[in-house]
Design a protein around this ligand. Structure first.
Ligand code: SF4
Length: 540
């Protein structure tokens, strides 16, 4: 039996809480938000079921200092530590791996995640990491790696190791010589064909589910939890989407069967009394599978016990589906709007028309679902007027009651995405320092200044602030859950306005922050939702 830690070392920074795991666009949040890391949690479950002693040490969600977390690790004295990383924090992880190797000389360290899948060799050059497991099925492949180490079973594709490591008995499928003393072997392309229905139910006690049950803007009814019904998105194309071009590349999409998904939903509702579930598959399955899943919730009566939410696409469902989802007690649907400009949607390979945004949001909201749109600014080809048009459409959708909430971000070209490749080829990257890919400022050259983009992002966050939207929200308050939800939303809005303050003036006591925020909200309150820019008529 091996002692294995799955851990997130705390990242000590003034930037806020780092969002890893399913946060496909990495960001530090001023308002603490904890996303339940689904694949690491399935990995923990599989490894425990295989007979290993597994520890879950999420120092970020547990709000530990780095020293406290390191002490805990030293007390556990594990054989292996598994760390999920992303581009904006990989330099921190390289440094921390060096420290941990000094503190725990016998510890072996494994990196997983999107960035190392794109560039596995770079981490061997920059730190003494022992193994890298590429691809989005790293839960299955980690189990396979430990089976290989303990039982010499055949190693699946996707594992990288130092050939000097005697624990790996298999001949490499390919080898890279990084220096005369550093040869890296690998077991071939990432293994991405596992049957998700074979996963055991996630061990939510082992993985401390309550850490992720409260502080999350996707929840209204708490305690709540996450599901992950598919890997990752059946559309699988958007050129900025790092997960769908690295760990879950095109052609690798798989999902749970509706029956398997429903069984785990039933299990978590019965065992943990969760009141809401957010399904964080990149886009949830649609068609007959969605119909069946809704029917299972309705026929079993679990639609009276739990509220469901998921990621969806604006042009994926008809009115009948939305009505069925409402009956099954879906509440929160999260959509990638990205931009109100057709040329941007086309360049991103988003697969939607501008009119789909309004139509899809209208049908969903009229069925009683709450539409949350994610929107981005700072595309290299978008002008100030283009960005203003995106803000205008968001505002119109709030004003008409189609959107309930929104997340505004600056588009980042993560290494491994087609967008990054295009920017690199065209000389549009302002920096290749990964640490700057944390959404605090644009990393691509655009026709706008950084300060304009931050100011417009704040303005976009204020797009909901129309008299009609506010009146509608106040009228919709029915119970304590509604009041708590709006209080939390207000707190998060202030934090997001801070995230994108153009002078990065943070802190509720900072007068400059309030000046900038009031200006952004005032511009929405006193402008007309329908004042379209010339030549931008959109059919509803
Ligand atoms: S629809 Fe969403 S999850 Fe799917 S590829 Fe596009 S951005 Fe990624």
């Amino acid at each position: 039996m091996l002692q294995i830690v799955i851990g997130y070392p705390p990242i000590e920074t003034t930037k806020g809480t780092p969002l890893l795991s399913q946060n496909r666009q990495f960001q530090y949040f001023n308002a603490p938000t904890y996303i339940y890391p689904m694949v690491p949690a399935y990995a923990a479950t599989l490894l425990k079921d295989a007979g290993h002693k597994v520890y879950w040490m999420d120092g970020i969600a547990e709000n530990k200092t780095l020293i406290e977390w390191e002490k805990e690790l030293a007390n556990v004295r594990p054989d292996y530590l598994i760390v999920e990383t992303k581009a904006p924090v990989i330099k921190f992880h390289w440094k921390e791996i060096k420290n941990l190797k000094i503190q725990n000389p016998n510890l072996k360290i494994i990196l997983v995640g999107d960035h190392i899948t794109f560039n596995p060799l770079e981490s061997f050059e920059n730190c003494p990491v022992d193994y890298i497991v590429t691809g989005g099925d790293y839960d299955f492949v980690l189990k396979n790696l430990f089976d290989h180490i303990t039982k010499k079973t055949k190693l699946e594709g996707g594992v990288y190791w130092r050939v000097s490591d005697k624990s790996i008995k298999q001949k490499p499928a390919a080898m890279n010589k990084l220096s005369p003393a550093l040869k890296i072997g690998n077991s071939g392309p990432a293994s991405l064909a596992h049957n998700l229905d074979e996963l055991p139910f996630m061990d939510r006690d082992l993985t401390k589910w309550e850490l992720y049950a409260y502080e999350n803007g996707n929840y209204k009814y708490k305690p709540a939890t996450y599901m992950y019904s598919g890997r990752d998105c059946w559309w699988n194309r958007c050129t900025f989407c790092v997960w769908d071009h690295t760990i879950n590349p095109r052609g690798s999409y798989r999902s749970f069967s509706p029956e398997r998904l429903f069984s785990e939903v039933k299990y978590v509702v019965d065992k943990y009394n969760v009141r809401e579930i957010f399904d964080d598959a990149g886009t949830m399955f649609v068609g007959p599978k969605l119909k069946k899943f809704c029917e299972l919730l309705i026929e079993s009566g679990y639609n009276k016990k739990v509220v469901y939410g998921c990621n969806m696409r604006f042009n994926a469902l008809t009115k009948d589906f939305y009505e069925l989802m409402k009956k099954a007690n879906f509440r929160f649907l999260l959509y990638g709007m990205e931009s109100a400009n057709q040329k941007t949607l086309d360049k991103l390979d988003k697969g939607i028309k501008v009119e789909d945004i309004k139509n899809g949001a209208r049908i969903a909201s009229q069925a009683g679902l709450e539409v949350h749109a994610t929107v981005m600014l700072g595309y290299p080809w978008e002008s100030y007027d283009d960005a203003k048009e995106t803000i205008r459409l968001a505002r119109e959708c709030f004003d008409k009651g189609y959107f309930s909430s929104m997340q505004a971000t600056i588009v980042i070209s993560y290494p491994g995405t087609p967008l990054w490749k295009e920017c690199k080829e065209k000389g549009l990257l302002k920096t290749e320092n990964y640490e700057e890919y944390d959404m605090r400022k644009p990393v691509m050259k655009t026709p706008m200044t950084d300060s304009q983009i931050l100011e417009l992002t704040q303005e976009l966050y204020s797009a909901f602030f129309t008299p009609k939207f506010i009146a509608r929200k106040i009228m919709s308050i029915r119970n304590v859950d509604d009041i708590k939800f709006f209080a939390m939303a207000a707190k998060r809005l202030i934090a997001h306005l801070m995230d994108f303050d153009k002078e990065q003036k943070r802190g509720v006591l900072n007068p400059k922050f309030w000046m900038h925020s009031i200006k952004a909200m005032g511009s929405q309150l006193f402008s007309s939702a329908n004042s379209k820019l010339p030549g931008r008529e959109i059919k509803a």
